[in-house]
Design a protein around this ligand. Structure first.
Ligand code: 4AD
Ligand code: MG
Length: 503
């Protein structure tokens, strides 16, 4: 029966032939003489049409009542059908139920996010999650391709560590044979050692931060790719970062257009992601935040949010009217109900932004030079740009100890954050590294760290120190930005957050 098994994505090569598809029942409806089974197999969706006369009455009856997500194999003739999902259909000649599924808990109607998070093991099968996972796969492949093709050597840095790369407040501690150690926040410090051996290196792995914040931008376990380059300065790093990010976005546009469309991603916006990106300094950003233009911008944002809210409400009223019309089919009602739930969650999101708008305006107006940019400040700056924007030269005290002090203006460091456009905010953090032994030691002491623990790191500045630097790009934030997904928890198969560790 499985003799000519093909994948749905390959149906175009089998038109007119008899093939077997093996997958799961995504959705179905029947009309007495016909059953329409929508099958998914991990490569796409295909409508399989079962005519009552084509199979035994028992099997017809069985298929007509088969539960969502039952696994099955169907054999039949492939037809081209523009109007059908995926563009092809299968005229079924025989079918075999492999594993039944009764009362599948996630129906085509929408569910609240808490329920979906608890049902993550099943929710991964949804079209949206599937598409995000496909984009993530491409992003990761494109990242490796970029560095491998550009002379970088992959170095796997350790996960158990005794050092705080990014501040002690977010360290996860682990009992290591009675000694307290931490899960790594970054591979950077070890990577710097490797850069002095290979020149250009990168690491790519999971990193851990005990983030107590419940924002849409923070996970406690996330994946980060970090390149590190010897003989490198800040302008060179910005150039590397913009070429790198542009190549990743271009690959997704090329390989995952269908997924981006399904997700409603901003394809036109992504097509603008080409070098050069915008460049501003932290001090420029502060002037902007405190300026008149931002207040005007936020006021017009508020108007636009309110009008989006009105539009969503009108849409809900229209959908509900259609739902209650006599003669609306059940599957259509389900679809309308799902849209209403999605719109309600959009409205909740809009309400939060409407409510926060005045506070964000005030924070911006009163922003004091010296503070790190907060989430809302980043959002404002990033909303004001259509392309990604580099913010460089942050105040020394707001940033990590290893960042190179600017020799012309000692108040700032030679660092950058890359903010994705249209409100997404930071996707990369990076810097030139302090390459002077005395300055680095002073910074370590200033932070209150024990220099004894940093001897090997200081050694790099003793034995052939060179200007060098690198950056880290967060995978989930990048996938969220590219797919237009609001919350990064949807951009990793099994997210870890302060309040979510169960599945
Ligand atoms: O800006 P961060 O903290 O930089 C570093 O870790 C440097 N050591 C990198 C380097 O220079 N080699 O983190 C880098 C990126 C952020 O821009 C963000 O994309 C992501 O990692 N990130 C997080 N993603 C999800 N959840 C969190 N809690 C994150 N914290 C940082
Ligand atoms: Mg950062």
């Amino acid at each position: 029966m499985m003799s000519n098994k093909v994948r749905i994505a390959d149906l175009k090569d089998h038109v007119g032939k008899i093939v077997t598809l093996a997958g799961w029942l995504y959705n179905s409806r029947s009309s007495g003489k016909l059953i329409f089974l929508i099958l998914r197999d991990g490569t796409g969706l295909c409508q399989c049409i079962v005519e009552k006369t084509a199979i035994s009455p028992e099997l017809f009856d069985d298929l007509a009542h088969l539960g969502q997500e039952s696994s099955l194999a169907v054999t039949g003739t492939v037809r081209k059908e523009e109007r059908s999902v995926g563009g092809y259909e299968l005229a079924v000649a025989s079918a075999e139920v492999v594993g039944r599924s009764v009362d599948y808990p996630i129906t085509p109607k929408s569910h609240g996010i808490d329920f979906l998070m608890k049902s993550r093991h099943l929710h991964l099968r949804s079209q949206r999650q599937w598409a995000i996972g496909k984009v993530r796969h491409t992003v990761i492949d494109a990242i490796r391709r970029f560095f491998n093709d550009n002379g970088f050597t992959l170095i796997d840095t350790p996960i158990f560590t005794t050092m705080a790369g990014e501040g002690e407040q977010t360290l996860f501690s682990v009992d290591y044979f009675g000694m307290p150690v931490s899960l790594t926040q970054t591979g950077q410090l070890h990577l710097e050692c490797a850069a002095m051996s290979y020149g250009k290196v990168y690491c790519f792995g999971p990193t851990f931060r005990a983030e107590k914040s419940k924002t849409r931008r923070h996970l406690t376990e996330f994946w980060m790719v970090e390149p590190e380059v010897a003989y490198m300065d800040l302008p060179g790093l910005l150039e590397l970062a913009e070429n790198f990010v542009s190549s990743v976005v271009a690959r997704v546009l090329k390989d995952n257009r269908a997924e981006l469309e399904l997700l409603g991603a901003d394809i036109a916006g992504l097509e603008k992601v080409t070098p050069p990106f915008n460049r501003i300094t932290y001090s420029d950003a502060v002037d902007t935040l405190r300026g008149e233009a931002v207040q005007k911008f936020l006021a017009s944002q508020l108007e636009s949010l309110k009008s989006q809210r009105r539009a969503a409400q009108d849409k809900i009223a229209a959908l509900e009217a259609e739902q209650s019309q006599p003669g609306t089919k059940q599957w259509r009602k389900d679809k309308l109900a799902a849209e209403v739930i999605d719109l309600r969650s959009d409205i909740a999101e809009l309400d939060a932004r409407i409510e926060n708008n005045p506070a964000h305006a005030q924070l911006a107006a009163e922003f004091a030079w010296g503070k790190d940019l907060g989430g809302s400040d980043e959002t404002i700056i990033s909303l004001m740009h259509e392309k990604p924007v580099f913010v460089t030269h942050y105040p020394r005290e707001a940033k990590a100890f290893y960042m190179r002090q600017d020799r012309k203006d000692g108040r700032v460091v030679e660092n950058f954050d890359l903010l994705a456009p249209q409100g997404f905010g930071e996707v990369i953090g990076g810097s030139a590294r302090e390459d002077d032994y005395d300055r680095l030691l002073a910074r370590i002491q200033e932070e209150g760290y024990d220099p004894a623990g940093y001897q090997w790191y200081l050694d790099l500045r003793r034995y052939g120190s060179v200007p060098h630097g690198g950056f880290g790009l967060g995978i989930e934030r990048t996938v969220a930005w590219i797919t237009g997904e609001k919350h990064i928890r949807q951009c990793i198969a099994f997210p870890r957050m302060m309040e979510k560790i169960n599945i």
